[in-house]
Design a protein around this ligand. Structure first.
Ligand code: BG6
Length: 360
């Protein structure tokens, strides 16, 4: 159980809630030993609109009423620790992300599951610790997020900067910003911006990934579309470059692959749950696909032995060609995920059309 710890203190009677309106408990302040969710945001009903109107008009509106009755409606939960999203529920209140029951929410381990931010390195493609350090650092609230061309009002902004300690292992001055947003239709949008603030004219290079663990019904009932014919690096064979021959990626044993130059849309279909997760990405050409399967699961201290059955990691990344930033330059990458019923199959129907059909 991950109880949200953020409380809204705003006396302004409006929706959406912004992070600035949350009182962040002292225990979640930077450098705290016990990380907790920094915020929990929700969109009130199936398409968000009715709730928005009611919230704006209702003079006695209180933030807690934003939560949809009987747990319906989309929501997201984010931790300062790792800048990590640990929960995303769709408009039916169904959890879309996996977090292990054995996850640790304390340094030095990253939270097992949710959406880990891997920066400035993914895996062991570099000299730093596995997946870089951003996923096990305490982020803070970004008090002055620059304006983004996003239309989503329901969002929070976090930031990570270099620390004295980190300068010893990665000698660069940077700002890593993360905006987590919920669209009115319940889609989860993550926008990351990385800026080189080096004062000494030095460029830096980095890799990045949204290491996204989906909650699935039964891994053997799941397939991933959009990766066919692509080249991938197989981490189980010393990063050997292979070519995907199947129409879709299915799971019968351990998978640890990095698909290169993938299309902007990757679709994960969960046949048993009759649910499809549509991932759209920008400036993140590659895709990580990972499931440890039974043997590795058993030896992972923060992963239940049977949990490989109900978890699949599919995330947008940029690894093969790392990004180089000169001082003053900024990079932006984006991952959006929609959860739609499985009548949608790859490329046939747009998720928005499905939603419209559901409303009729
Ligand atoms: C994947 C890597 O992306 O993440 C795997 O390719 C690794 O090799 C997995 O086992 C989990 O990594 P970690 O560090 O969170 O245990």
């Amino acid at each position: 159980a991950l109880p949200p710890e953020a409380h809204c203190t705003s006396d302004r009677e409006r929706f959406p809630l912004r992070l600035s309106e949350f009182r962040v408990p002292a225990t979640t302040a930077a450098a705290s030993a016990a990380p907790r969710p920094v915020a929990s945001l929700s969109v009130p009903n199936r398409d968000g609109r009715e709730g928005l109107r009611r919230a704006r008009e209702g003079p006695r509106y209180r933030p807690r009423q934003v939560r949809p009755p009987r747990g319906r409606g989309s929501s997201v939960e984010v931790y300062f620790y790792g800048g990590q999203v640990t929960s995303w529920k769709n408009n039916f209140g169904e959890q879309q992300l996996f977090v292990s029951r054995k996850a640790s929410f304390k340094p030095p381990k990253a939270i097992r599951g949710g959406i880990q931010i891997c920066f400035p390195q993914l895996g062991n493609h570099g000299v730093l610790e596995q997946h870089g350090f951003a996923r096990n650092r305490l982020w803070s609230v970004d008090e002055s997020p620059p304006f983004l061309d996003t239309t989503f009002d329901c969002h929070i902004d976090l930031i990570l900067k270099q620390s004295e300690e980190d300068l010893k292992i990665w000698p660069h001055s940077y700002e890593l910003r993360l905006q987590v947003a919920l669209s009115p239709t319940g889609d989860l949008i993550l926008i990351s911006r990385i800026k080189n603030n080096n004062a000494d004219c030095k460029p830096f290079q980095f890799s990045f990934a949204y290491h996204t663990s989906f909650s699935v019904s039964d891994i053997s009932e799941v397939r991933v579309d959009g990766l066919d014919t692509l080249d991938y690096l197989d981490n189980l064979r010393s990063k050997m470059r292979c070519n995907e021959q199947g129409d879709a990626v299915v799971f019968e044993s351990e998978v640890d692959s990095l698909y290169l130059s993938a299309p902007r849309k990757i679709v994960t279909i969960d046949h048993e749950k009759k649910r499809t997760l549509v991932l759209r990405k920008k400036e993140l050409p590659d895709v990580v696909v990972w499931n440890p399967w039974d043997k590795k699961a058993k030896v992972m201290p923060d992963f239940g032995a049977e949990e490989y059955n109900c978890m699949l990691c599919v995330g947008a990344a940029c690894i093969e060609k790392p990004i180089t930033l000169r001082p003053g330059e900024e990079w932006q990458g984006r991952q959006e995920i929609s959860s739609v019923p499985s009548s949608y199959s790859s490329g046939q129907l747009d998720p928005e059309i499905i939603r419209q059909m559901q409303r009729i």
